[in-house]
Design a protein around this ligand. Structure first.
Ligand code: ZN
Length: 85
């Protein structure tokens, strides 16, 4: 599992923290999609998984911020995330 957190309007939230049922589903959907698209990604040099922060002012303006053990891993993850279209 990839470590995915959400930060909305400066606050770390879990999908279940959202008050709107659609927002909960939306965040869960993002988490599942991200997890499955990054499932096979692991740093070949360090054997580590990336962590992702999905951050935005609101739920409609989310950006993915990738962190990891090295730039190689981060680049790989960004490429994979951009593939999703
Ligand atoms: Zn690495």
């Amino acid at each position: 599992m990839v470590d995915i957190s959400f930060e909305i309007n400066g606050k770390i939230v879990q999908p279940d923290d959202m008050t709107d049922a659609l927002d909960i589903l939306f965040l869960k959907h993002i988490r599942e999609k991200t997890n499955s698209s990054l499932a096979s990604i692991c740093c070949p040099a360090h054997g580590k998984k990336p962590s992702i922060i999905v951050r935005g002012q609101t739920i409609d303006t989310l950006n993915f911020e990738v962190s990891g053990c090295c730039d190689d891993l981060i680049n790989k993850v960004n490429k994979q995330l951009n593939k999703r279209g």
